[in-house]
Design a protein around this ligand. Structure first.
Ligand code: NAD
Length: 412
C-alpha cells in the first residue's frame, strides 16, 4: 500500500461515520494538480547535475494552497501527495482559510556546498513560479529547509515577478517579513496539544514524563516549550541515537551540547545512551515522535509503553500500528492536529505580510494557543461523539469543514 493510500484510511472511516456525500470524498481524495520538474544545477566542479522536484497542490477548496518544501533523498510524488493531503486536513482542522499542498526536491542537502544549495533552491523556484504566489500557493519550510532557503526562494520569486513578495512564502527570517514566534510554533503547538490531552486524561503536567524522538526544529522546540510548562523530558533522540535520564533533561543544555558536538546529541554527559528504538519504547507518560514518518509500525506498536502518543512529525504511525494502539487503549493525538501550530503561525506571518503590519510575540503565542485549544476541543469532541479515535475525529472535523464549500461552489 502506498503512503498516500494509507493516509486516506481514516478519512474513509470518518466519511462513513458522518454519511458524507461520496462525491466530496472523491474530490478530496486526489490532488487538484501535481507538478514534476527537473532542475539543472551547475556544480562546483563544473559538471551539471539534474535534480528532480515536485509540488502537489491538493486542494484550494478553502483557500490558496499552503504547505512546506522538503529537501530529502527519499522525496517522491507519493510522499508530497500524502503530505499535501495532510496539509489540507490540517488547515481545515485549524480553521485556516487555506487549502493544502506540499513540495520537495530529491536531494541529500548535506552533500551540497552552500553555493550548490542556493542554485538548486533558486532553480526549483524558477520551475514552480507560474503556479505559486500569495493568492495561489504559499510554500514554507519542512525537513532540511530553513529560513535561509526561504530567503533565497523569496528573493528569486520577487525577481521573477519584479516586485517585493514576502507573502509568497512563510518561515522567513524576521528581517525579511517573518513572524515572531514562527520558529517555535510547531513545537509550542505540540505542547499545547500535550497539555490538553493530559487534562482530558486527568494527569497533572507535573506528574507527566515525555520521550521525544527527533531533535530538529520541531523536536527541540517541543522539548523547550515542554520545559517552559514544567513537563519532565526523560528521553530524547536524533539521527545519532537516543539519550535517557530519569531525572529529566534541560533541553537548552542539550541543544548547546548538540551545537558544539557536530549537531548531534550523542554522548550528552550524564545521560545513558540508548537506541532510537528504545526511545520509542520508553516508559513515559507521553511519547512524542518528532522526526520522520512511519516510525511506529506493527513491529513496535506492541512494545510502546507510553500512556499516550502526541504526533509532532507527519505520519509517524502507520495504519497497522494505529489499529494495535487503538486496541491497547493508547490514545493518539494525530499529526494533523498536534503539529498544526506551524501552519497556524505561518498563516499569521502571511496575514502580517499582506497587511505590512506586525504583531508582538506575545500576541502570536496567545492567538496560536487559543486556536490550537479550540481545534483540539473540536477533534476530541468529534471522537467522543462518534466513539472513535482522535485521528478519525480529526477527519470528521476536516471533512465537515470542506463539504459545504464543495457543494456551494458547485464542485459536487
Ligand atoms: P528537522 O530536519 O529540523 O529535524 C528532524 C530531526 O529528526 C533531526 O533531529 C534528525 O536528526 C532526526 N531524525 C532523523 N531520522 C531519525 C531517526 N531515524 N530517529 C531519530 N531521529 C531522527 O525537521 P523538522 O522540521 O523538525 O520536522 C520533523 C517532522 O515534523 C517532519 O515529519 C515534518 O514534516 C514535521 N513538521 C514540521 C513542521 C515545521 O514547522 N518544521 C511543521 C509540521 C510538521
Amino acid at each position: 500500500m502506498s503512503l498516500f493510500e494509507m493516509a486516506k484510511i481514516p478519512m474513509e472511516t470518518a466519511s462513513k461515520l458522518i454519511n458524507l456525500d461520496p462525491n466530496a470524498e472523491a474530490v478530496i481524495s486526489q490532488p487538484e494538480r501535481t507538478l514534476e520538474v527537473s532542475i539543472p544545477v551547475k556544480m562546483d566542479d563544473g559538471t551539471v547535475k539534474v535534480f528532480t522536484g515536485y509540488r502537489s497542490q491538493n486542494s484550494t477548496v478553502l483557500g490558496p494552497v499552503k504547505g512546506g518544501i522538503r529537501f530529502h533523498q527519499n522525496v517522491s510524488m507519493d510522499e508530497v501527495k500524502t503530505l499535501g493531503f495532510w496539509m489540507t486536513t490540517k488547515s481545515a482542522i485549524a480553521g485556516l482559510p487555506y487549502g493544502g499542498g506540499k513540495g520537495g526536491i530529491v536531494v541529500d542537502p548535506s552533500k551540497l556546498s552552500k553555493g550548490e544549495l542556493e542554485r538548486l533552491t533558486r532553480g526549483y523556484v524558477d520551475r514552480i513560479a507560474p503556479l505559486v504566489g500569495e493568492k495561489k500557493d504559499i510554500p514554507a519550510p519542512d525537513v532540511n529547509t530553513n529560513a535561509q532557503i526561504m530567503a533565497w526562494m523569496m528573493d528569486e520569486f520577487s525577481k521573477i515577478n519584479c516586485e517585493y513578495s514576502p507573502g509568497f512564502i512563510t518561515g522567513k527570517a524576521i528581517s525579511m517579513g517573518g513572524s515572531l514566534g514562527r520558529t517555535s510554533a510547531t513545537g509550542r503547538g505540540v505542547i499545547t496539544a500535550t497539555l490538553e490531552i493530559l487534562k482530558r486524561k486527568g494527569i497533572k503536567p507535573e506528574d507527566a514524563t515525555l520521550a521525544i524522538q527527533g531533535f530538529g526544529n520541531v523536536g527541540s522546540w517541543t522539548a523547550k516549550c515542554a520545559a517552559e510548562k514544567g513537563l519532565k523530558i526523560i528521553a530524547l533522540s536524533d539521527i545519532s541515537g537516543g539519550i535517557f535520564d530519569p531525572n529529566g533533561f534541560d533541553p537548552y543544555k542539550v541543544e548547546e551540547y548538540a551545537k558544539k558536538n557536530g549537531g548531534v546529541i550523542k554522548g550528552y554527559p550524564g545521560a545513558k545512551a540508548i537506541s532510537n528504538e528504545e526511545v520509542l519504547e520508553t516508559e513515559a507518560t507521553v511519547l512524542i515522535p518528532a522526526a520522520l514518518e512511519l516510525q511506529i509500525t506493527a513491529k513496535n506498536a506492541d512494545k510502546i509503553k507510553a500512556k499516550m502518543i502526541v504526533e509532532a512529525a507527519n505520519g509517524p504511525t502507520d495504519a497497522d500500528a494505529d489499529k494495535i494502539l487503538e486496541k491497547r487503549g493508547i490514545p493518539v493525538v494525530p499529526d494533523v492536529l498536534a503539529n498544526g501550530g506551524g501552519v497556524t503561525v505561518s498563516y499569521f506571518e502571511w496575514v502580517q505580510n499582506l497587511y505590512r503590519y506586525f504583531w508582538s510575540e506575545e500576541e502570536v503565542i496567545e492567538r496560536q494557543e487559543k486556536m490550537m485549544v479550540k481545534a483540539f476541543g473540536n477533534v476530541y469532541d468529534a471522537a467522543e461523539k462518534y466513539h472513535t479515535t482522535m485521528r478519525v475525529g480529526a477527519y470528521i472535523v476536516a471533512l465537515s469543514a470542506l463539504a459545504e464549500p464543495l457543494k456551494l461552489r458547485g464542485i459536487i
